[in-house]
Ligand binder design. Structure first.
Ligand SMILES: O=C(O)CCC(=O)C(=O)O
Ligand SMILES: [Fe+2]
Length: 365
């Protein structure tokens, strides 16, 4: 078990709108399934103004429990102490409450980043605006709160009956921390669980999605992504990898199949000789909430697991200290992560969101 700690150190000031907002190296990292961590990314005046805005909105009762279903809130008891809370601003980040001007300035900066990502990751529909498309929130953890291991997005076909009902899906996850002088001792690290550095570096095929088909696993020691195509001519589904510089698909499943209900074990559809080297990103053990279909159907993307995991069998652990100004960006489909318990005495506050791409298909509502 190797443990990398990327602790962003505090307050070296950088100029605000220096373009581009993200380096080629960081783009490459995201594309290979790594985590881009950029300290001092947010200009200091925005850190202060956004922190104050979040605090005011919190006092005004504008935050809501998040990551739990309503049933879960009733039956299992949502606790402000233990769970993360979110400001989505009712109609959105643009609601006319709190410090709207500051939130707009931030939204403009994020839009610039989004347009850069659309181009450099070759995910063109990221660039389009849309009121129901990109998500922008503040999140809030009281001392003692944490968030279990999860993925931010899953293959539509694995989400049950509601899977194909939204026209867009999460593509890129971003977090911007707002906690001045936060130290490791205060806890609340964002724990990312990428593959090993060696596997990431050997990877040549962009993670997350291939021609509209989302990724569900890895083969070859975490080097090559495995995608799920559910629109085969046969009417069934197939698992495949991409070879020869993106030129061809190699089918990895024995024959086309119907994707079963959760909990899903994709390995049983694979040719025997590759089964051993297959690793599913989300399983009922690693992501119990997602694998429970009732919970998944009720939940916002079915994304949040309730349990914290020791991660003792994870190859790589990358802990990010949530220091003010740090930007974190990763692919929403392929990177498991969690938030460790806040052990200090103050709240952990962040702006966080998801840039959406169009889904390859959606059921008209
Ligand atoms: O607050 C964080 O650092 C991460 C939050 C998160 O993973 C999520 O909201 O999906
Ligand atoms: Fe997340």
């Amino acid at each position: 078990l190797s443990s990398n700690t990327a602790a962003a150190t505090t307050t070296t000031t950088t100029n605000s709108c220096s373009s581009p907002l993200i380096s080629t190296e960081d783009i490459q990292k995201i594309s290979q399934g790594g985590v881009a961590i950029i300290p001092n990314w947010l200009p200091p005046h925005l850190i202060t103004a956004m922190h104050d805005d979040a605090q005011q909105l919190f006092q005004d009762g504008q935050f809501r429990p998040d990551g739990l279903t309503n049933t879960a809130i009733k039956e299992q008891g949502f606790s402000k102490k233990a769970d993360r809370q979110t400001f989505r601003g009712g109609a959105g980040w643009d609601s006319d409450i709190g410090d709207l001007k500051t939130r707009q300035e931030f939204a403009d900066r994020m839009k610039e980043l989004r347009i850069q990502l659309a181009q450099s990751l070759n995910r063109p529909t990221l660039a389009e605006d849309g009121t129901l498309k990109h998500e922008m929130t503040y999140n809030w953890y009281e001392p003692g709160a944490k968030l279990g291991r999860h993925l931010d997005e899953h293959h539509e076909e694995t989400k049950g009956p509601t899977g194909w009902m939204t026209p867009t899906r999460r593509s890129v996850t971003w977090l911007v921390y707002l906690n001045e002088g936060w130290t490791k001792e205060e806890g609340g690290a964002l724990r990312c669980l990428p593959r090993s550095d060696a596997s990431i570096q050997k990877n040549t095929v962009q993670v997350g999605c291939h021609e509209g088909n989302l990724q569900v696993g890895w083969i070859n020691d975490g080097v090559d992504p495995v995608f799920l195509d559910v629109f085969r001519e046969s009417g069934g589904a197939a698992l495949y990898q991409v070879n020869n510089n993106n030129a061809e698909r190699e089918i990895l499943s024995v024959r086309d199949f119907d994707v079963p209900a959760q909990p899903i074990d994709f390995s049983k559809f694979l040719k025997e000789d590759i089964r051993e080297s297959f690793a599913q990103i989300s399983t009922s053990r690693l992501d119990p909430r997602f694998a429970n279909k009732d919970a998944a159907a009720n939940n916002n993307n079915g994304a949040i697991a309730q349990h914290d995991f020791e991660c003792s069998d994870e190859p790589t652990i990358l802990d990010v200290t949530p220091v003010a100004g740090t930007l974190v960006v990763f692919d929403s489909v392929s990177l498991p992560h969690l938030v460790r318990e806040v052990t200090g005495k103050r709240q952990r506050i962040a702006a966080t969101g998801w840039f959406h791409e169009d889904s390859q298909f959606s059921i008209e509502m």
